[in-house]
Write a protein that binds this ligand. Structure first.
Ligand SMILES: O=C(O)CCC(=O)C(=O)O
Ligand SMILES: [Mn+2]
Length: 342
C-alpha cells in the first residue's frame, strides 16, 4: 500500500471508500505521487515482471488485431495480487484509432444495447455516431446546451447483455459478440496463459472528464475461473485495485490509452474502481500518428475456436478521442467524452 494511503486509513473502516474519495476530490486536487505508472516504472518491491506465453500468439495473429509481437509486451504484476496482469500498451503504433472507431461508431449500433435505449426507440438510437457527428463538428461543442447522443452515451453491452437492475445475464438477451473484439481478447488472454478464451459478454464504459466508476466487484458472471479483461483508449484514468474486502486499502495505478488489464485467478473478484479521469500525456494520446495509422485488416480476422461454457466479461475502456477521431472519421473536435471502457 502506498505511504499516503496507509496513513489515511485505520483498521476496520471502509479503507477503499476513503481512498476513492481522496482521488476523486477536486479541491484541492489530490497528490498523485503514490499512483503507479507502469509506463515509467521498473520492477521492484511492489511491481513484479510477468512472463507471458509468447508462443501462444503468432506475430501475424497479433498484427491482425493491431498488437505488437507478444515478446515485445511489457507485462507487470503486483505483489500480493496474483492473477492481476497489467500490460502497458501492447498496441502497434497507429492501430488504436481503429479500436476507438469500433467503440464509438460501430459497437453502439444495434443489435448491441446502450443506456440511451432505456428511454429511446431502436430507430432513434440506431446511428448514434451519424446523428452526433454534425453537431460535434461545429465548434463550441462544450458550450451547446443540448448534448449529442454520443455525448450522452454511457455504456454499451455486447454478447450476453448485462441487466443492470437484476445484475444478471440471461440467454434471452443475447446477440452475437463482435468478432474482431473477441479475437483481440482471445490473443491477449492466450498470451496470459488462458488459451481458448471465448468472449461472451462485454461492457463498454464511456467516460467524460468528470466521470468516475464506483467501487464494485464483478461477480455476476457465471464462471469466475475465466479472466476479465479491460482495454483502455483515450484519456488516462486512475484505477484502484483493492482486496476481497472493503477494508483492504486499494493500490492506485494509472491507466493510459492502449493499456490492458487482466483480472484472473485470486484477483478475479477483487474490489476495484475508477475515481478519476486525467488528461492523457501527449505521448500516450490514442490518436497518435504514424505510418501504421491504417486499421488492421479486419476482413482477414478469424473467429476463435472451441466453445467454453464460462461467461467471460470483457471490459473495454476508451477515453477522449479528439484529433485522432477527427483524423479517422472526419468528426470535429469534441472534448467532453473522455474515456471509453469496453
Ligand atoms: O473502466 C475501467 O477500466 C473499469 C471498468 C469496470 O470495472 C467495469 O465496467 O466493471
Ligand atoms: Mn469492474
Amino acid at each position: 500500500m502506498a505511504k499516503m494511503a496507509a496513513s489515511m486509513v485505520e483498521g476496520g473502516e471502509d479503507a477503499f471508500r476513503k481512498i476513492f474519495k481522496f482521488y476523486r476530490r477536486r479541491n484541492p486536487p489530490p497528490d498523485l505521487s503514490d499512483v503507479i505508472d507502469f509506463s515509467r516504472c521498473a520492477p521492484g518491491e511492489q511491481i513484479i515482471p510477468v512472463n507471458l506465453a509468447a508462443a501462444a500468439v503468432s506475430d501475424v495473429e497479433a498484427t491482425r488485431v493491431g498488437l505488437q509481437p507478444v515478446r515485445e509486451w511489457q507485462a507487470f504484476g503486483l505483489r500480493g495480487h496474483p492473477g492481476f496482469i497489467f500490460i502497458s500498451n501492447p498496441f502497434l503504433r497507429g492501430t488504436q484509432p481503429f479500436w476507438l472507431r469500433q467503440c464509438l461508431k460501430i459497437y453502439p449500433q444495434k443489435p448491441n444495447i446502450c443506456n440511451l435505449d432505456m428511454h429511446m426507440s431502436p430507430l432513434e438510437t440506431q446511428d448514434i455516431w451519424g446523428q452526433s457527428v454534425h453537431s460535434l463538428r461545429s465548434s463550441q461543442a462544450g458550450k451547446r446546451e443540448a448534448r449529442t447522443l454520443l455525448e450522452r452515451l454511457r455504456w454499451v453491452t455486447l454478447g450476453y447483455h448485462y441487466n443492470w437492475d437484476t445484475k444478471t445475464y440471461s440467454p434471452s438477451s443475447h446477440t452475437p459478440f463482435p468478432r474482431d473484439l473477441h479475437l483481440l481478447s482471445a490473443h491477449v488472454t492466450a498470451a496470459c496463459g488462458f488459451p481458448g478464451f471465448i468472449s461472451e459478454a462485454g461492457i463498454l464504459n464511456y467516460y467524460r472528464s468528470d466521470s468516475s466508476l464506483g467501487i464494485h466487484v464483478d461477480e455476476s458472471e457465471l464462471d469466475h475461473t475465466r479472466p476479465l479483461l479491460s482495454f483502455s483508449f483515450g484519456q488516462s484514468a486512475i484505477f484502484l485495485l483493492g482486496g476481497p474486502r472493503r477494508q483492504d486499502p486499494p493500490t492506485a495505478m494509472l491507466m493510459h490509452s492502449g493499456d490492458v488489464m487482466v483480472m484472473s485467478g485470486p484477483s478475479r473478484l477483487l474490489y476495484h474502481a475508477v475515481p478519476r479521469i486525467l488528461p492523457a500525456p501527449p505521448e500516450r494520446l490514442a490518436l497518435e500518428t504514424g505510418d501504421a495509422s491504417r486499421p488492421p485488416p479486419t476482413g482477414r480476422l478469424r473467429g476463435g475456436a472451441g466453445v467454453r461454457g464460462g461467461m467471460g466479461r470483457l471490459l473495454q475502456v476508451h477515453p477522449e478521442l479528439q484529433s485522432e477521431c477527427d483524423r479517422q472519421t472526419g468528426a470535429g473536435a469534441w472534448t467532453e467524452i473522455s474515456r471509453n471502457s469496453l
